[in-house]
Design a protein. Structure first.
Length: 127
């Protein structure tokens, strides 16, 4: 989770229990909420409450998250990691269903920007 927050900083910060800072894939309870997180705009303003649920986690290849939040009836985030001749390719696939359909376009724009920011961080940090 510290890595997630590093990718999101300074736009967003997610709270989490200390015990989940580093997850052991062998002991993660799959398919049920792992914890509830406040999503904080600029690290201080609560904008969402997220129930993080991992469906699968495989450190060499990525994870599959199927969560819910106050803003999202459903939030599916699949991150895949692929070795390439020049390092690693990170691909994030997202599918979400807003609780308020009228917010869909605004959320889509915000989420796209957040993930562009996350990938920019990863390129700067890891090349």
């Amino acid at each position: 989770m510290a890595g997630v927050n590093a990718e999101l900083r300074p736009l967003i910060r997610m709270t989490y229990p200390r015990a989940t800072d580093r997850l052991d894939p062998a002991s993660v309870p799959l398919g049920r909420p792992l914890f509830r997180s406040w999503v904080l705009l600029l690290g201080i303003l609560p904008i969402d409450r997220h129930d993080l649920t991992l469906v699968s986690i495989d450190p060499p290849t990525g994870f599959y998250e199927d969560s819910r939040s106050w803003l999202q009836r459903r939030w599916v985030h699949i991150r895949t990691l692929e070795e390439t001749p020049h390092g690693c390719r990170v691909t994030d696939r997202l599918d979400f269903t807003p609780r308020l359909p009228a917010m869909g376009r605004l959320l889509s724009i915000a989420i796209r920007r957040i993930f562009e920011h996350r990938h920019g961080y990863l390129r700067r940090r890891f090349g």
